[in-house]
Design a protein around this ligand. Structure first.
Ligand SMILES: Cc1cc2nc3c(=O)[nH]c(=O)nc-3n(C[C@H](O)[C@H](O)[C@H](O)COP(=O)(O)OP(=O)(O)OC[C@H]3O[C@@H](n4cnc5c(N)ncnc54)[C@H](O)[C@@H]3O)c2cc1C
Length: 389
C-alpha cells in the first residue's frame, strides 16, 4: 500500500511476506468479527487469537530456536498497522500478547520458556503485563502489591488494574514489592501463572465502545508464584519494565496512524459517492478542504512516527522522539477520526461506518504506555539535550 511504502522499502522479502499474510488475515472475516463485536457491545471473540496464532504470527519476533521468525521492529510495526486498520483494540491486544511472547523468547529463563512459551505461541496461554493498580498508574513507584517469600516461591497479595486482555489472560508479568535485605522493600517482577487457583479473581473494567481491549482488574489473595517465575530481582525490575517503553510508545503511535489512515480512506470513499447539490460531496471545496486538513496532519504524524521507528530499527533508544511521536499521533488520530465522523454527515456516526468504533478505541490510546502529561514531562526533560546548540 502506497501510504506505507517508506516502511515496506526497508523490509526483507520474508518480512514483506509477513505483512502480506497479516493483510490477508485481517481483511474479510476478522474485520467483520471485530466490527460485529463492537456493534453488539462485546469484545471480539478470543478464538481470533488462536486463529492468528495458527498463522505463526505470534512468534513474529521470537527466536528461530523457539520456532519464531526473528523479524525486525519495522516488520512488527507494519504487521500491527495492517491489523489496526480494521480495529485498534483488537490489534492492540494481539500485539500486546505477541510482545509477551517476544520477551519470553528473548529474555526468559530455560524454565520460563519451557513452561510458558509453547502454549503462548499457540495462543493457548495469553500473557499481559501488570504494572498499574487501582490506586495509580502513572506513578509506578507507588504500587502496593506484595510478593512475600514462601517455600518454593512467593505469595502474592494485592490488585492490578487496566490489564490489557485482563478478562482472558492466563499469565501476567507482575511488578510487586518484595522485602529487601535492609528490612525495607523494593520492586521485583514475576511471571505469574493464574491456573485454576481460587486465589485470584477478575473484574471487567467496562469501557463502552472499546470492550475489545478486554480490560480488567485482577485481585490476588495469597496467590502462589513458583520460584521459576522471577523475571527481575529487587532493584532491577523497574528498569527492566521501562526498557521497552519507548518502542511500545512508537508501536502505539504507528497503530494510531494506521487507524486514522483507514478512517480517512473510508471518509474519502463515502464523500466521492454521496451527492449533494448536484455533485459528489468531495466536489464541494469547503468539505474537500476539511478532508485535506486531516490528510495534512496524518502525513505529518506518519513522518514523525516513521522517524522514531527508523531509530529503533537501527538500535537507538529514542526517548524524547518516542514520546513526541506517541503524543502527536494519538492527538492527531483522535482529532482526525472525529473530523471524519462529522464530515460524513449523520451517517458517519451510525453503524453503516466503523468510524465511531475507531474513535472509541483510539481514544484509549491516550492512556496506555504514558498519558499526555507524562509524555510532555519526558519531552520537557529532553529539551536541553535535544534542542540546545
Ligand atoms: C487501553 C489500555 C490498556 C492498558 N493496558 C495496561 C496493561 O496491560 N498493564 C498495565 O499495567 N497498565 C495498563 N494500562 C494502564 C495505563 O498504563 C494507565 O492508564 C496509565 O499509566 C495512567 O494511569 P491512570 O489511568 O491510573 O491515571 P493516573 O496516573 O491516576 O493519572 C490521572 C491523570 O493525572 C495525570 N497526572 C498524573 N501524574 C501527573 C503529574 N506528575 N503531572 C501532571 N499530570 C499528572 C495523568 O496524566 C492523568 O491525566 C492500560 C490503559 C489503557 C487505557
Amino acid at each position: 500500500m502506497e501510504f506505507f511504502q517508506q516502511y515496506d522499502k526497508l523490509l526483507s522479502e520474508d518480512e514483506l511476506g509477513h505483512v502480506q499474510c497479516a493483510r490477508e488475515f485481517c481483511e474479510g472475516a476478522f474485520s467483520e468479527a471485530v466490527f460485529a463485536a463492537h456493534l453488539a457491545g462485546e469484545a471480539v471473540p478470543v478464538e481470533w487469537v488462536r486463529k492468528w496464532a495458527a498463522t505463526g504470527m505470534l512468534g513474529l519476533q521470537a527466536r528461530r530456536a523457539h520456532g519464531g521468525h526473528e523479524a525486525s521492529y519495522m516488520c512488527k510495526i507494519r504487521v500491527a498497522q495492517e491489523m489496526a486498520r480494521h480495529g485498534f483494540a483488537a490489534a492492540f491486544c494481539l500485539n500486546h500478547h505477541q510482545g509477551g511472547v517476544t520477551r519470553l523468547s528473548q529474555t526468559g529463563t530455560a524454565a520460563q520458556t519451557e513452561h510458558l512459551l509453547p502454549p503462548a505461541m499457540r495462543g493457548e496461554l495469553l500473557l499481559t503485563t501488570a504494572m498499574s493498580e487501582p490506586g495509580g498508574g502513572s506513578d509506578v513507584s507507588a504500587l502496593t502489591t506484595t510478593a512475600m517469600p514462601v517455600v518454593g516461591g512467593w505469595s502474592l497479595n494485592g490488585a492490578k488494574a487496566w490489564l490489557t486482555n485482563g478478562m482472558v489472560v492466563d499469565g501476567l508479568i507482575v511488578l510487586a514489592r518484595v522485602p529487601d535485605a535492609a528490612g525495607g522493600n523494593d520492586i521485583a517482577s514475576f511471571y505469574v501463572p493464574l491456573g485454576e487457583a481460587g486465589t485470584f479473581r477478575r473484574r471487567e473494567i467496562v469501557v463502552p465502545g472499546a470492550r475489545s481491549f478486554r480490560l480488567a482488574e485482577i485481585f490476588f489473595t495469597d496467590h502462589f508464584v513458583p520460584e521459576w517465575g522471577q523475571v527481575a530481582s529487587s532493584g532491577a525490575a523497574l528498569k527492566a519494565s521501562m526498557a521497552s517503553v519507548n518502542s511500545a510508545r512508537v508501536h502505539v503511535a504507528a497503530m494510531c496512524v494506521a487507524t486514522l489512515q483507514a478512517s480517512l480512506s473510508e471518509a474519502v470513499a463515502y464523500c466521492e459517492g454521496r451527492q449533494a447539490f448536484g455533485m459528489p460531496l468531495v466536489g464541494h471545496q469547503g468539505l474537500r478542504w476539511e478532508l485535506a486538513e486531516v490528510s495534512v496532519r496524518l502525513e505529518a504524524a506518519n513522518s514523525l512516527v516513521f522517524r522514531a521507528v527508523e531509530q529503533i530499527q537501527i538500535g537507538v533508544n529514542p526517548v524524547r522522539l518516542a514520546a513526541q511521536a506517541k503524543k502527536f499521533a494519538v492527538d492527531t488520530a483522535i482529532w482526525g477520526i472525529d473530523q471524519c465522523v462529522r464530515i460524513l454527515g449523520a451517517t458517519g456516526a451510525s453503524a453503516a461506518h466503523r468510524l465511531n468504533m475507531h474513535f472509541a478505541e483510539v481514544r484509549m490510546a491516550a492512556y496506555a504506555d504514558g498519558t499526555n502529561e507524562m509524555l510532555l514531562d519526558r519531552i520537557g526533560r529532553g529539551l536541553p539535550s535535544g534542542y540546545r546548540n
